[in-house]
Write a protein that binds this ligand. Structure first.
Ligand code: GTP
Ligand code: MG
Length: 320
């Protein structure tokens, strides 16, 4: 039985193996992913972002229960940014989340960024497809949301949750970083701590400044204490409502197309660059070009135009 067939049957060993080949960028990965693609597009993808230590993993852990109680199967992808802040936290997450491992309806995987060359969002998109194809209803993706790769991952989500905590000056900072635009839901976690009302007021004031036309989505603000399991069911309900909003407003279809375009862009770009570099490498052309660029004998724009001329046949490119 091939890997794709195994994934479709829900065989977790096939799932783990395929994810490994995605991470290692093995040649069989695209073939298997291609077989899975017709079976994807059903899962609801939820991105959970917020500063290090804001409680994202604790929230994810407990949201798994909230969705399991609603008879939803859950997949979890934790993007480990390998930052000095988060050094060992994934290990802690694993231990904590191990209590879910006996539950067949839950699949948890972390994706490390260490040593990756910009392929994080591509790898994450592929892993999302795998979990989608294996039949997960909800896929929770945890990311710290700092790098471009992570912003792309957040874009892939249907529902983006921004987690804030009291007393970190987080409100203002995050808003400046433009996270407001991506938030479909705000969660103020650690409501057991001081300063929770201040930050809530700050966000509400900010939302007030936006005009929401009738029929558009105004991000709700939820207060939670993930450690004490408080306010979690409201967040789960908020996610379900946003999902319904997307379907009813036609935004889900728009989202599917946008995601398809981003993924096609990624796969085209990497195949194209791989091909060109491989061909140029055959006679040392790549090294020579890099030398010329480094010494300013040519420039990337002219070099690209030159390469394009060599690749595109006489008479121009035709899309079919
Ligand atoms: N007081 C309080 N502590 C919390 C709450 N939620 C999480 N914590 C604690 O905050 C710390 C960080 O929680 P994590 O869930 O690992 O946070 P994270 O956002 O996943 O962190 P990174 O993945 O490292 O960015 C842990 O010690 C948690 O126990 C909460 O609601 N209240
Ligand atoms: Mg975490």
């Amino acid at each position: 039985m091939g890997l794709a067939e195994g994934v479709l049957k829900g065989d977790v060993r096939a799932v783990a193996k395929l994810i490994r080949s995605v991470e290692d960028d093995l040649p069989e990965a695209p073939e298997e992913l291609a077989k899975l693609y017709p079976y994807t597009g059903n899962a609801h993808i939820v991105g959970i972002t917020g500063s290090p230590g804001s409680g994202k993993s604790t929230l994810v852990d407990i949201l798994i229960d909230a969705f399991s109680n609603r008879n939803k199967t859950v997949g979890v992808i934790a993007i480990d940014p390998s930052s000095p802040f988060t050094g060992g936290s994934i290990l802690g997450d694993r231990i904590r989340m191990q209590r879910h491992c006996m539950n067949n309806n839950v699949f948890i995987r972390s994706l490390a960024t260490r040593g990756w060359h910009g392929g994080l969002s591509k790898a994450a998109a592929s892993v999302i497809h795998v979990l989608d194809a294996m039949g997960k209803d909800i896929i929770l993706v945890e990311t710290v949301g700092v790098g471009q790769g992570e912003v792309d991952i957040i874009n892939a989500a249907h529902t983006s949750i921004v987690v804030l905590v009291p007393g970190m000056g987080d409100g203002i900072q995050t808003i400046k970083a433009g996270i407001l635009e991506i938030a479909d839901i705000f969660v103020i976690n650690k409501m057991d701590k001081e300063g929770v009302w201040e930050i809530k007021a700050e966000i509400e004031a900010m939302l007030q400044m936006n005009t929401y036309s009738p029929g558009s989505w105004r991000p709700p603000v939820f207060l939670t204490s993930a450690v004490a399991d408080k306010g979690i069911d409201e967040v789960a309900e908020g996610i379900c409502q946003h999902k319904e909003f997307l379907a009813a407003s036609g935004k889900r279809d728009v989202h599917l197309r946008e995601r398809a375009k981003r993924e096609l862009t990624e796969t085209l770009k990497s195949s194209f660059v791989d091909y060109v570099f491989r061909e140029m490498d055959k006679d040392g052309g790549l090294e020579r070009l890099l030398d010329d660029l480094a010494h300013r004998k040519t420039d990337p724009y002219s070099a690209t135009a030159d390469i394009m001329r060599k690749i595109i046949p006489e008479g121009g490119f035709r899309s079919s």
